[in-house]
Design a protein around this ligand. Structure first.
Ligand code: PLP
Length: 393
């Protein structure tokens, strides 16, 4: 038995923390308790979609806090009705299940996917095809579905029923389909997996396979979706729609909020009581969600994301040409960008932090750059400049 692996603190030391104490945030910047300013291109791991303390979001939260915090799902609220209706209007979905995090949104999606087949007379269809490098959260459902071994180690018996195949390998997907297959779960752009992009043709082929075999397609867009790809969802780029999609992170723009979006076909067979959670549809979360959706749907936002993403990628490509021995790859879509260093990503991220730029390293040795969607060109240029300085040293 291993005891005393690390010094314990009152808050469980289960995260790799920098030791910096953050005090406040404003726009694209964070400030620590010494007053040092950081350009925040980690955005709380792709969460602060509109930067810090956006006045429209602060206002919505303050107003709601004075009205109603919580009332349970015995009741409906206007905020919930409005938010769900607006999401249905803006997306492929016919109905939305709200929760508080990405892993809960995925867990709900996995349950809905399996329950659909049970309710439609095919309970033997319970297996789900997932992808190597995929990340779907930290519940037993999430780690069982995910492709990351380090997230699974030491937790005993996992959930049975996931068949993992390589990303972008359609033959492997075809070979994995059996009479027990219920559906396919994919991140159209893998986040934790190191900004690995599912080819658009591959996504189309997955949709076609699902249609041909009576499977459900579930897209986990917790990280890659909600404006970051320059559209609401990344699957839109392939011209397809899933049967189930998940959102979190950006949907609450910093407030804990997740959502599982479903088509009528899926939503209409789920009986009341088959899933739920005490805090789901929390009025504070619904109010912030509505306000964040106002910002997401503002004219020109998606074009801005494309433009800023292209500017950042171009800056990084220039650095890659200058330092080919230091940067192995630059890739991404919209404002979801991966910088793959030739050396250690965590070490580079720490140097960038010291320089005043926050970034988010992944377990796959890639640095994620996921600035707020409303980031400005001067901030993009400043980030590239800081990366140039660190690489130059
Ligand atoms: N799904 C994806 C694609 C994610 O990137 C994440 C988190 O990084 C999750 C699910 C889990 O979300 P959360 O950490 O909010 O539970």
């Amino acid at each position: 038995m291993r005891v005393g692996l690390m010094t314990i603190t009152p808050y469980l030391p289960i995260y790799r923390r920098s030791g910096i104490r953050m005090k406040r945030g404003a726009g694209s910047y964070l400030f620590d308790d010494t007053g040092k300013r950081y350009l925040d291109f980690a955005s709380g791991i792709a969460v602060n979609a509109f930067g810090h303390s956006h006045p429209h979001l602060v206002d919505a939260l303050k107003k709601q806090a004075e009205q109603l915090w919580h009332c349970s799902n015995q009741f409906v609220t206007e905020q919930m009705e409005t938010f769900a209706a607006r999401l249905v209007e803006a997306t492929f979905a016919d109905s939305v299940f709200f929760c508080s995090s990405g892993t809960e949104a995925v867990e709900a999606g996995i349950k809905f996917l399996r329950r659909y087949h049970y309710e439609t007379g095919q309970p033997y269809r319970h297996r789900i095809i997932t992808f190597e490098g995929g990340f779907h959260g930290r519940t037993y459902g999430g780690i069982s579905a995910g492709g990351n071994d380090s997230a699974r180690t030491g937790f005993g018996q996992l959930l049975n029923g996931f068949d993992r195949v390589p990303l972008n390998d359609i033959e492997a997907v075809k070979n994995a389909i059996t009479m027990n297959t219920a559906g396919i779960l994919i991140e159209p752009i893998q986040g934790e997996g190191g900004v690995q992009i599912a080819q658009l043709e591959f996504l189309k082929q997955l949709r076609a396979l699902c249609d041909a075999h009576g499977l459900l397609l579930m897209c986990d867009e917790v990280q890659c979706g909600y404006g970051r790809p320059g559209s609401i969802y990344a699957f839109e780029r392939a011209g397809i729609t899933p049967d189930i999609a998940t959102s979190a992170k950006g949907i609450g723009a910093g407030f804990p909020l997740g959502a599982t979006l479903v088509t009528e076909k899926v939503g209409s067979v789920l009986p009341a009581g088959s899933h739920g959670g005490t805090y789901n549809n929390n009025p504070l979360a619904m109010a912030v969600g509505n306000a964040a959706l106002d910002l997401l749907l503002e004219d020109g936002l998606f074009a801005h994301v494309e433009l800023m993403g292209a500017r950042l990628r171009a800056g990084l490509k220039t650095l890659q040409n200058k330092y080919p021995e230091k940067i192995a790859d630059v890739r991404g879509v919209g404002l979801m960008i991966g910088l793959e260093p030739a050396g250690d990503a965590r070490a580079l991220s720490a140097l960038l932090l010291a320089q005043g730029l926050t970034t988010s390293p992944t377990v796959t040795n890639v640095i994620r750059l996921v600035p707020p969607l409303n980031v400005g060109p001067a901030e993009i240029d400043a980030a590239v400049e800081m990366i140039a300085t660190v690489l130059g040293e």
